[in-house]
Ligand binder design. Structure first.
Ligand code: C2E
Ligand code: CA
Ligand code: CA
Length: 704
């Protein structure tokens, strides 16, 4: 027995003709991929399979019996198609298979690949069979390929690897960017570009993302062929087949080094001091906040060191700002060299620096020891000689230290505490280090309370002016010194010794001083109408910061003229401390006021350190011997010598002289014998409210 060929087996041997026909009919009818239509010579549709329904939109029922040319031949093709069809039927000559664009029921064109054949069966009309394959999907796929190919050759560097990461293709931009040609890249892996700057964890994280989400994007430092290391923005996308298995990876790469550099520059400007390149205040505060939070969490101490260059202003004024800048830069370098990698050295501005130490011992005592050691190292380093251009300079700094964490301290408070401790260090003679301690804090809080109280007192008019008589050698009252008091509802009458310094620091001395001057001038104006008081002079204390204001002279003139006070009866008490400022300006101001008749007395004389050369140039009227010398006259020969010198000096300069703080008759007699004939002190009277002074001046002369 011979074996049947496989095809015969499939077709089931030689079937009867009808069976075979039925099979072919079914095959034709249901061939999904190929549209088959049959036409009579006049174009009438006699066969229309299922695929034709799909491709051209007409059901077999709609198509059968209608004419080819009405159905799927576009009007413009009609003459050609008619001629070709006629030729086929007449000569049997086939039309070459080829692409056509025929018409769908809804009007759109359908690209097809068309085959034709004329089937002639004896006794029947010949039929033209057209077999069309829809090309739409293929066309679209081709277009997509073209798009993909164009996209692949874009500006971005691109590479495609297989599932194992072996490079299959790279584009032109990839070669441009990295330097590797396609030949040099294909067959390698992207490790070709590895810069060595990323940790293993980085790559693990990246692959986890690709596996979990099918993609990753981020910044990678890549190495170019020429060895440059550049920052790239990279995306990696997994390509999967229809089973969901990864077949390829597509990577894109954009060089963002320039952008990153610009970003870094901007960041640097925002967070670093341009002169010293140290972190600036903003960055320091940011790091401090994090450090404080971390120290609270981990129970590890840190320290904040406030560093201020001693006498920086003098250096700046004498050698110029350029040299000052050089010093700041060198200080910054030395500071950076003094600290560990985890610590921060920052410049707050001016000559103020801050060092923040982190990760000190959890034992606060020990941590303070570490901070002190670091501070001392800084002190030592910064007091080494500096070479500033051709100047050899020896400088020093003062350092204030505060520790953290404490349960209550905010970054703001820590900065204040370290600043405060720094001032203590300065007060201790500079080139020193001081720790902040809570007592210091208490004093500061008290001061803040006091300033608030004073502000309130101004608003509520709780200030009073007292008057302490000044007498001549006969005990006759010749004038008075106005002394301010705070009539506090809580603390009673508060002495100015307690609040004037706070008023000066806070600037409240300006409104307060104006009030004192105005009240005193009103009093002078009132006295002018009473014979017993009309000749009295009134001394008013003026703080250096008050006098230093540009508008001080105008203010005095305005108040004097508005109140109608006689300027010749007004005497301003100045202290030597105001000579620290520009002496020429001081002289100019005094001269202007003096021209209006106003007099000047130099208060607390002998306690300051004004040079006699300056003193001689001031348009003064009076020197006031400080009460400390008067107090010690009888026990300290030195005080006698000083008092005597002042008196001689006043005579030499044709100034009057007055002694304050005279409490005993012995003091008065001694001063009188030395040549001082004007006195003020408890021996004669304490400072009095105006009613009591008036009574003293012959029973109520004042109209006030
Ligand atoms: P000062 O100008 O040296 O005023 C003299 C101070 O000595 C006054 O203290 C006065 O009460 C006190 N005093 C007078 N005689 C005697 C005495 O015999 N023995 C003793 N131990 N002390 C005597 P006060 O009133 O407490 O003023 C203290 C300081 O406050 C003043 O010192 C002055 O510097 C400042 N001050 C007072 N009023 C004003 C003001 O209106 N403006 C400014 N800027 N400062 C003022
Ligand atoms: Ca005074
Ligand atoms: Ca005084």
């Amino acid at each position: 027995m011979t074996e049947k060929p496989a095809s015969q087996a499939f077709w089931g041997g030689n079937p009867p003709r009808a069976v075979s026909e039925a099979r072919f009919q079914k095959l034709f009818d249901e061939a999904d991929a190929m549209s088959i239509q049959g036409y009579l010579p006049d174009g009438e549709v006699v066969y229309w399979n299922r695929a034709s329904e799909h491709i051209y939109g007409y059901t077999a029922d709609e198509a059968l019996g209608r004419n080819l040319f009405d159905l799927i031949i576009p009007t413009d093709m009609r003459p050609d198609v008619e001629a070709a069809v006629r030729l086929m039927f007449e000569t049997g000559q086939g039309i070459l298979p080829g692409r056509l664009e025929l018409k769908h029921k809804d009007g759109h064109r359908v690209p097809v690949y068309s085959n034709h054949t004329v089937v002639t069966v004896a006794g029947q009309s010949p039929v033209l069979f057209c077999m069309d394959t829809d090309m739409s999907a293929l066309d679209q796929a081709e277009a997509e390929l073209r798009i993909a190919a164009t996209a692949f050759e874009s500006q971005q560097g691109m590479l495609i690897t297989d599932a194992n990461g072996v490079i299959l293709r790279v584009n032109q931009a990839f070669t441009c960017c990295n330097g590797y040609s396609a030949e040099e890249s294909v067959g390698k892996t992207p490790r070709l570009l590895k810069s060595g700057r990323h940790s293993l964890e980085f790559y693990i994280e990246m692959w986890r993302s690709i596996i979990d989400t099918g993609a990753w994007h981020g910044e990678i430092w890549n190495k170019r062929q020429n060895g440059d290391i550049r920052a790239d923005w990279v995306t990696i996308t997994a390509v999967k087949d229809n089973k969901g298995d990864i077949t390829h990876y597509v990577g894109t790469q954009t060089d963002i080094t320039q952008r990153k550099e610009a970003e870094a520059r901007i960041l640097h400007l925002a967070f670093y001091d341009p002169l010293t390149r140290l972190p600036n205040r903003r960055l320091l505060l940011d790091r401090l906040q994090q450090a404080v939070a971390a120290s609270l969490r981990q129970q590890i101490a840190g320290a904040l060191l406030f560093i201020d260059i001693d006498h920086f202003k003098t250096l700046n004024d004498t050698l110029g700002h350029d040299v000052g800048d050089l010093l700041l830069q060198q200080v910054a370098e030395r500071l950076s060299a003094c600290i560990r990698e985890n610590d921060t050295a920052a410049r707050l501005g001016g000559d103020e620096f801050v060092v923040m130490l982190e990760y000190l011992s959890p034992n606060l005592q020990e941590a303070a020891g570490q901070a002190e050691a670091a501070g001392k190292k800084i002190l030592a380093s910064l007091s080494q000689p500096y070479k500033l251009r051709h100047h050899d300079y020896v400088g020093s700094v003062s350092i204030g230290v505060t520790m953290f964490p404490t349960l209550v301290s905010t970054t703001d408070e820590l900065m204040k505490q370290a600043d405060l401790a720094m001032y203590e260090a300065k007060a201790a003679g500079r080139n020193a280090l001081r720790f902040f301690d809570p007592e210091m804090q208490a004093a500061v809080s008290l001061r803040a309370e006091l300033v608030n109280g004073l502000r309130d007192a101004l608003r509520k008019q709780q200030f009073r002016l007292y008057y302490q008589p000044q007498v001549d050698r006969n005990g006759q009252i010749v004038g008075a010194e106005a002394l301010v008091r705070w009539d506090c509802p809580v603390h009673g009458m508060v002495s100015p010794a307690e609040f004037i310094p706070a008023a000066e620091d806070s600037g409240l001395i300006l409104p307060l001083g104006a009030w004192v001057l105005e009240t005193a001038c009103l009093q002078l104006a009132a006295w002018a109408n009473h014979p017993a008081a009309a000749k009295l002079t009134l001394a008013v204390n003026v703080s250096a910061c008050q006098f230093g204001r540009a508008d001080f002279v105008d203010q005095v003139i305005e108040i004097v003229s508005r109140t109608g006070a006689n300027p010749h009866r007004l005497k301003l008490e100045l202290t030597e401390s105001l000579l620290v400022e520009n002496v020429d300006e001081v002289i100019a101001k005094m001269t202007t006021l003096k021209a209006r008749g106003i007099g000047f007395s130099l208060d607390d004389f002998g306690t300051g350190y004004s040079s006699l050369a300056y003193l001689r140039r001031l348009p003064l009227d009076q020197l006031k011997i400080d009460q400390s010398f008067v107090r010690d006259l009888l026990i300290d020969p030195n005080s006698v010598a000083i008092a005597k010198t002042i008196i001689v000096l006043s005579q030499a300069m044709s100034l009057s002289v007055i002694a304050e703080g005279v409490e005993t008759e012995m003091q008065r007699v001694l001063l009188d014998s030395l040549g001082c004939h004007a006195f003020q002190g408890y021996l004669f009277s304490r400072p009095l409210p105006i009613e009591r002074l008036d009574r003293l001046l012959l029973g109520g002369v004042s109209g006030n």
